[in-house]
Design a protein around this ligand. Structure first.
Ligand code: TYD
Ligand code: MG
Length: 471
């Protein structure tokens, strides 16, 4: 029976292969074998596009040379290069996010909202790398070369030997790259590039996918580092860049809230370094400036102790970072109270509210709950649970927590508190910024408190009782 199933599956596969080209929804990336006006998966209209295969493959059996001679054994690793060669830009925040510098023969994607500062960041990076001896080419499909030059002048980068070009025809670009042999190329943006072999408009999934494929293989075969800029559309549809994410070695997202000047470059995928590493920048009148002490920046707007405000000692990538959680709790006029979150996970908030109610006796029924991370930072660590719970209770009870205290720890569904990784680093950072006390889960081994008075709590119930009084 099993074998019959397997061969059936194979037949299906063959059938699908014969039906190439397939169709892809530009909104949700669902693949189908026939065109339709409406996507069956996400229900969106006019989003189905035809996608031709990237290459037709070898024409005959003869053309298949096989891979003999190209294989290596793991033991060969001892004799080959241990680390890929890297170049530093000299901008610490950028180099760290890249995993310790730019890797030769690699493809990167830098995604982000339009207007967030991607072109500015990459022009500044281009200038830095050029000054450090790399041959850099910046190709813009969105602005003319003189516009990019004007921007460079505003940023004070006119001394840097970066070559600029304005072009969208990828065939022409690749020909130029072949002749110029640069070390580092910036393509701004991948959505403006088009290949004459693909019959679709620039920006469509087919064009973006084909262009990214060409550029990625070019980067690998010629030993060039290629950065592609990808716009994320308003609705959060990243159909274009999403398909590119799988092809490239490194994916960086440039984030930030419109009203704030902070910008965060976040590595969400990195074949050459740790993911989740972040770089913090500030958008100034003269471009992006690195922020060397992000904790101080994220806490700079804090005033006197206020109910609902809690300082969380977090870890972003490889370094500790303090930030402020703010909560507001108010009686709800709605039958279904509001739960609004900015900078944290909405379903995690629902979980904390449920645990607070059933394990610690703090109900939020009939109350609207608003939670915000100050400064436009986005936190995804479970260790923020206890800080969130503290902010919620503090807002609900209208009782401010001591100003010089930091809080962290993960909450389990049973109401228990789990110790957070790198507790010592968190405490050290808190101490550096003048905090004198901390509330944390019980650790297996005490020590390394960095002069901070640590109060350890066994579970959420104890925490509520000891911090907010018996109820
Ligand atoms: P840009 O790099 O063009 O964004 P993207 O390439 O992601 O679309 O940045 C545009 C914004 O940045 C624009 O709103 C103006 C602002 N900006 C500054 O505040 N200072 C500067 O020095 C520069 C160059 C831009
Ligand atoms: Mg731009």
């Amino acid at each position: 029976m099993l074998t019959a199933l397997a061969s059936g599956a194979k037949q299906d596969q063959n059938k699908n292969m014969a039906k190439d080209p397939t169709f892809i929804c530009s909104k949700c990336n669902a693949a189908t074998t026939k065109w339709s006006g409406k996507c069956d998966t996400c229900g969106e209209w006019n989003t189905i596009e035809e996608v031709k295969p990237l290459s037709t493959g070898p024409k005959s059996k003869k053309a298949m040379g096989g891979i003999r001679g190209k294989e290596i054994t793991l033991t060969d690793l001892a004799t080959t290069e241990k680390e890929p060669p890297r170049t530093l830009s000299g901008v610490g925040e950028l180099d760290r996010t890249l995993g310790g510098g730019l890797v030769k023969a690699s493809a990167l994607l830098v995604g982000g909202d339009p207007g967030i500062g991607k072109s500015t960041l990459l022009l500044q990076a281009a200038a830095r790398f050029a000054r450090n001896g790399l041959k850099v080419l910046y190709i813009s499909g969105e602005e003319s070369a003189s516009q990019v030059q004007m921007r460079a002048r505003r940023l004070g980068l006119t001394e840097s030997p970066v070559k600029l070009a304005s072009e969208t025809n990828l065939r022409d670009i690749l020909t130029t790259l072949e002749a110029e042999q640069p070390d580092f190329v910036i393509i701004d943006s991948i959505q403006t590039m088009w290949l004459d072999t693909v019959e679709a408009a620039p920006g469509s999934v087919s064009q973006v996918r084909a262009a990214a494929h060409e550029l990625t293989s070019f980067a690998k075969s010629r030993g060039i580092a290629v950065v592609m800029v990808g716009h994320v559309t308003k609705e959060g549809a990243i159909a274009g860049p999403r398909v590119v994410e799988h092809m490239v070695d490194t994916v960086l997202y440039f984030e930030g809230e419109r009203g704030h000047q902070f910008r965060i470059l976040r590595a969400v995928k990195n074949r050459f370094g740790p993911a989740d590493e972040i770089g913090v920048f500030e958008m100034t009148g003269k471009g992006l400036a690195e922020v060397k002490n992000p904790s101080a920046l994220f806490l700079s707007e804090r005033g006197d102790p206020a109910p609902g405000s809690v300082v969380f000692a977090g870890i972003e990538g490889s370094r500790p970072m303090l930030c402020e959680f703010q909560a507001l709790v108010a009686p709800s006029p709605h039958s279904q109270p509001r739960r609004t979150v900015v900078g944290w996970d909405g379903s995690r908030l629902a979980m904390i509210l449920a645990v607070l109610e059933s394990r610690a006796g703090v109900p939020f029924t009939g109350l609207d709950v608003y939670l915000n991370v100050a400064g436009g930072l986005r936190v995804s660590e479970p260790a923020a649970d206890l800080a969130v719970a503290a902010a919620l209770i503090s807002a609900r009870e209208d009782a401010a927590l001591p100003k010089e205290s930091v809080i962290f720890g993960e909450i389990s569904l049973s109401g228990g508190l789990r110790p957070a990784p790198q507790t010592e680093n968190r405490l050290k950072e808190a101490s550096k910024l003048g905090f004198t006390s901390a509330i944390t889960p019980v650790r297996a081994k005490r020590g390394g408190d960095a002069g901070v008075a640590v109060r350890e709590m066994q579970d959420l119930h104890t925490f509520v009782e000891q911090v907010f009084g018996a109820r």
